[in-house]
Design a binder for this molecule. Structure first.
Ligand code: RP5
Length: 165
């Protein structure tokens, strides 16, 4: 899956089974009109492709890589090891440990090679994309205005909330 324009954000995931969660990142990028690409790249099943992806990311113009994986989730860390493009890691819920394994695998990077790690599941995927949007918005005033408006919409929705008293 590739947006028409030259992608600024790469969304990768270890398996198509991660899509239910990772589509929340793609939805945000689409909402903000940020050019992206999305594909399955598995660290342990496709190590050569992972290497090529990470090594070419900066030259291809990617400004951020959102990497989601579950279980022994080494995809974000391995990609981060091979590129200086910021990697935003999304822990995907796993079958037996509900994503706590994914979270700890991604978040506990040794000093020197960072992976920005987000919440387990849908919120993490969406917030990773919002962070990518904010990073790009630092040099794109129109996108920054969109992001400000997004926050105002959320504030208005919260203010309008009522309770069934
Ligand atoms: C990881 O293993 C993937 O990121 C996925 O979360 C998990 C299970 O993969 P499948 O067995 O569903 O392909 O590599």
């Amino acid at each position: 899956m590739t947006d028409q324009a030259k992608p600024l954000v790469g969304v990768i995931m270890g398996s198509s089974s991660d899509w239910d969660v990772m589509q929340n990142a793609v939805a945000i990028l689409k909402q903000f009109g940020v050019p992206f690409e999305a594909q399955v790249i598995s660290a342990h099943r496709m190590p050569d492709e992972m290497y090529a992806y990470a090594k070419s990311a900066r030259a291809r113009g990617l400004r951020a890589i959102i990497a989601g994986a579950g279980g022994a989730a080494h995809l974000p860390g391995m990609v981060a090891a091979m590129t200086i493009v910021p990697v935003l890691g999304v822990p995907v819920p796993s079958k037996y440990l509900r994503g706590e394994d994914s979270l700890l695998s991604i978040v506990q990077m040794p000093k020197g090679v960072p992976v920005s790690t987000f919440a387990i599941g849908e919120a993490g995927a969406a917030n990773a994309a919002l962070t990518a949007v904010a990073m790009i918005a630092a040099t794109d005033d129109a996108l920054a205005d969109q992001l400000e408006a997004f926050r105002v919409t959320q504030t208005d929705a919260a203010k309008a909330m009522t309770l069934p008293l």
